[in-house]
Design a protein around this ligand. Structure first.
Ligand code: ASP
Ligand code: MG
Length: 422
């Protein structure tokens, strides 16, 4: 017998019909003899509505009360799912964050899970009860309800899986797995049967919205095997193998790199649009200048993505280029131009409307020439590269937004990721 956590997102909880469908997936696992904990999101759209009400009530609302309000969506879906399961003759009980309890920091609306007491759930699971736990929320040491940030129920599910030593954490969502790229951009995108934690982390932080980035970090740190799969699938037809190897089941296993035998050099291509670039020319080349520039941006809570600085010829001056989201462009320009003397640059230039394209793959660690071939593939399409950054398993370029889709498709084909025509 194994213990599993099943997480259902908002679209899987959208209405009672969908909740009943989710319940049949749960029934299948219960019938297979597993101990099942379920983590749910609020019904689709609910959290947005709750957030909007808080804003409308007061734009300067108290963060503790915001959490009191927005955490309620999950209580509704958890309760409804428990009722539906009971109605099917399955022993089930809902638990909110404070009932488990899921202990978090006190940073309201962006709390971090610190500890999950597993005693109560463990006991109920041993008794054969399905435990339906509200995602996205917990309780602070000050005894107040907290929430984990939007999309946080993925993180709740992974943390719970770690706490109860689950064999697997199945993430049910509205897509049937993790794809080599966005199928809306490249119709030849393929579902990956396996992906490593590290690749998934890059994909998630680069905008593949299947999993909250923090949940992947946590899964990697705790060694929680994740299976991303569709809740729309027919519940009867889709049994995942106990080890998550999911033979024959649509879905993607997110696991340790060692478990992936057929390593691709590149596993995925991602795209982030609406990037703005800012260049500071002839910045003084001495300690503290970069710290001042990026410190000023951090003070404004602006998230900087790519940063490029060259070595100066004469040791006196250099150029720095960085990117921020288009939406933060004006704020970033203001922060840097407000105090030109402090940052000691000659001139500043910037523009919105770039796109960042990245190729990701653990195979890059051991294969030469991935960056070179990426640049070649882009040049063959006449696409100019504005900026380049790399990490161990990723190469990213900034290009003009207009060519973004073309670039993604070209790279997808170039690295042999296109699915075979049937
Ligand atoms: N309901 C929350 C949200 O919409 C948490 C989640 O769905 O993961 O952000
Ligand atoms: Mg989600």
């Amino acid at each position: 017998m194994s213990r599993i956590v099943m997480k259902f997102g908002g679209t899987s909880m959208e209405d009672l019909e969908r909740i009943r469908h989710a319940a049949r997936h749960i029934e299948r696992e219960v019938n297979a003899g597993h101990q099942v904990s379920v983590v749910v999101s609020a019904m689709a759209g609910t959290t947005n509505q709750l957030v909007a009400w808080c804003q409308e009530a007061s734009s300067l609302h108290d963060a503790r009360e915001y959490d009191a309000v927005v955490s309620t969506g999950e209580q509704v879906s958890a309760g409804l799912l428990a009722i539906v399961l009971q109605d099917m003759g399955i022993s089930a009980r809902s638990f909110t964050g404070w009932q488990v309890p899921i202990k978090t920091s006190d940073v309201h609306s962006a709390a971090r899970i610190e500890d999950i007491e597993s005693g109560l759930l463990g006991k109920r699971l041993d008794e054969g009860q399905v435990c339906v736990v509200t995602g996205f929320q917990g309780i602070s040491s000050a005894n107040r309800i907290t929430t984990l940030g939007r999309g946080g129920s993925d993180t709740s599910a992974v943390a719970l899986a770690a706490a109860i030593s689950a064999d697997r954490c199945d993430i049910y969502t509205d897509v049937d797995g993790v794809y080599t790229t966005d199928p809306r951009i490249a119709p030849k995108a393929q579902r990956l049967s396996r992906i490593s934690f590290e690749e998934m982390l890059e994909m998630a932080s680069l905008g593949a919205k299947v999993l909250q980035t923090r949940s992947v970090e946590l899964a990697m740190a705790q060694g929680v095997r994740l299976v991303v799969r569709s809740s729309v699938d027919d519940p009867e037809a889709a049994q995942v193998a106990p080890d998550g190897s999911n033979s024959g089941v649509p879905g993607t296993l997110v696991c340790d790199e060692d478990e992936i035998l057929e390593k691709q050099i590149v596993s995925g291509v991602t795209l982030a649009k609406a990037e703005a670039k800012i260049t500071l020319r002839s910045v003084k080349d001495r300690p503290g200048v970069a710290a001042a520039v990026f410190g000023a941006l951090a003070d404004e809570q602006i998230i900087v993505d790519m940063i490029v600085q060259n070595i100066s010829d004469d040791g006196r001056q250099t150029d720095i280029t960085f990117t921020v989201p288009d939406a933060e462009f004006d704020k970033a320009m203001a922060a840097i131009t407000s105090d030109k003397d402090r940052f000691e640059y000659d001139s500043i230039a910037g523009a919105k409307g770039s796109a960042k394209i990245s190729v990701i793959g653990v195979g890059m660690r051991s294969h030469a020439g991935v960056a070179a071939s990426m640049f070649k593939a882009l040049s063959e399409k006449g696409i100019n590269i504005q900026l380049i950054t790399t990490s161990e398993i990723k190469t990213s370029v900034l290009i003009e937004e207009e060519y973004a889709e073309l670039a993604v498709r070209a790279l997808h084909t170039y690295y042999g990721l296109d699915k075979d025509e049937a």
